[in-house]
Design a binder for this molecule. Sequence first.
Ligand code: PLI
Length: 459
Amino acid sequence: MKKIKQSWAEPYKIKMVELLKMTTADQRKKAMKDAGYNTFLLRSEDVYIDLLTDSGTSAMSDRQWAGMMLGDEAYAGSSNFYQLEEVVREVYGYKYLVPTHQGRGAENILSKILIKKGDIVPGNMYFTTTRLHQELAGGKFEDVIIDEAHDPENEFPFKGNIDLDKLKRLIKKHGAKKIPYVSMATSVNMAGGQPISMKNLKELRALTKKHGIKVIHDMTRVAENAYFIQQKEKGYEGRSIRSIVKEICSYTDGATMSAKKDALVNIGGFLAVNDWDVFEEARNMVVVYEGLHTYGGLAGRDMEAMAIGIRESVSDEHIKARIGQVIYLGEKMIEYDVPIVRPIGGHGIFVDAKKFLPHIPQDHFPAQTLAAEMYLDSGVRTMERGVVSAGRKTNGENYYPKLELVRFTIPRRVYTQAHMDVIAESAARVYERRNKIKGLKMVYEPKYLRFFQARFEKL
Ligand code: PLI
């Protein structure tokens, strides 16, 4: 008899469905051209399976929807704020909470408070909005992620780790006073959703403590990081996701959060800190940029849904199925020889466009091209994470990242295993005709975060 597999399954059943629209090849050709070969500029009604992002695209639970009805829409002192504050303390352990409309709102406030002109901000790989806020505040981002993270084929299980020798060299060169904090992300997005290990975090805490440097945690996908620690790190096998998440947070001084990912809401974020002085300044500043300190740009109902979503996000069953689905898609892609970033990360499959389209130089945007080709093939919308996303340095020169990737991002609790099959088959079809694919040229480039609105033409 065939060996019996032990499958995972979704820890929920479906109560309501949203119908999808199918398109013809001709319709997609027109839509892609009209969108300037930028998947961000497509209308969502022209998309079949939307893997643009896992941000704000998750399906809320019946409990979260019920929570929306408990919205206390008072301008000041909404009961939903106090509920959220309690949940953030209980689940993450941070003392003080400032809600924001989404992650970048928190990044803006935090960067303005902690960074002075000329400061250095080391981090485990850049994220687009995070680095831009650090630069706008006068800082310079320095990448201190381990070298393995820049190699799509390296199978090291914790490619989100910080290279402590690189960090020590930066401290030696600039002095600790020039480094306000280390920007540490869990589940490093641009590296392919790669986790940081608890061991590395503990060592980071010890080193930064010695020099009086803070650690600020981009905790957007902390629960997904916790899953990899539970599965792969010695000593954490039997530990709950909840307890691992809390331990991660305990080695940091504060956090910015885009609740649109892990926390299963369509909008929302926050800044959470342990230091009263930073909190006081953030509370002053939030009223300028976001809204009063007890709503920060959110409706009461959004804060309620977030509080419930945070509790659901740290359930072992939820995370196992969430990442199980991502791994299922990745393994299908590997079966078809599609080159993807290994190991498979937490929130999506990252296809290596340099390897997929080796005949297209980086100046002709291989990842942008491949994302457009995926849409043309099947109506599956993916996203470029390469030279377009990396943008330009403050001196105007292009960044040329080693990683030139297309992200197939999986929204949480939205698509089924059958959708994953359709996606992998489409990627395989595009791979089969890869030699016929030509690159793109950029014909419009916005000043900030160009990947959102840039336009291209076919070469
Ligand atoms: O999109 P925001 O403003 O809620 O969050 C910004 C943000 C901060 N950190 C990290 C790691 C992110 O992934 C992030 C947003 N990510 C998006 C939109 C994404 O598609 O990955």
